[in-house]
Design a protein around this ligand. Structure first.
Ligand code: ZN
Length: 183
């Protein structure tokens, strides 16, 4: 297989410095690149040419931060709705009462007085961490969603979630009293 020399070429934020190695898994050439932020990374040449890798990872991190900020606004709107719901975590049914966050996967633990961020992915608990601040817990949850679900699917999932929440809100207005008494 002939190797296309990418030395000196620019792909997004990355400038190719030199040939690094051959990827033993797919036979592609790996290239040493310098990112605009100063990091040096070795990237698969195929991914470079296809535009799949355009930074050392700093670009993706920036996008995630922006997403978290826009999702913060969405959260603020959701919190207004005072939603109660049951979430299944590790087979246990955890009741999230109306004093919880309103953000799926983030709840307040009264015993420790901390915010807990959780996420289930393909049947596994991939996130279970306590935070002092609500924002930090939301940040962790959103970052996990971004990591495991990906932004494209996530947007669809969020839309579906909003629809579900709107429906549930109507229902919870009727059942809130029952939930409070039955606890
Ligand atoms: Zn970078």
């Amino acid at each position: 297989m002939t190797r296309i020399d990418l030395t000196g070429q620019q792909f997004g934020r990355l400038t190719v410095l030199e040939y690094a190695s051959r990827n033993p898994l797919n036979g592609n050439a790996n290239w040493l690149c310098r990112c605009e932020c100063g990091n040096e990374v070795v990237v698969d040449g195929y991914r470079l040419r296809k535009g799949q890798t355009q930074s050392c990872g700093c670009y993706r991190a920036e996008v995630s931060r922006k997403n978290i900020m826009t999702q913060e606004k969405t959260r603020a709107q959701m919190v207004k709705h005072h939603i109660s719901e049951k979430a299944h975590v590790d087979g246990m049914t955890v009741l999230r009462s109306t004093n919880s966050s309103g953000v799926v996967g983030v709840s307040f633990d009264k015993q420790s007085s901390k915010w807990v961020a959780r996420m289930m992915y393909e049947g596994h608990l991939v996130l279970n961490h306590q935070f002092h601040s609500f924002e930090a817990a939301c940040g962790a949850r959103f970052a996990a969603e971004e990591r495991y679900i990906g932004s494209e699917k996530l947007n669809k999932a969020r839309q579906a979630q909003m629809v579900k929440m709107a429906r549930r809100q109507t229902r919870s207005l009727r059942t809130n009293q029952a939930v409070a008494v039955g606890k």
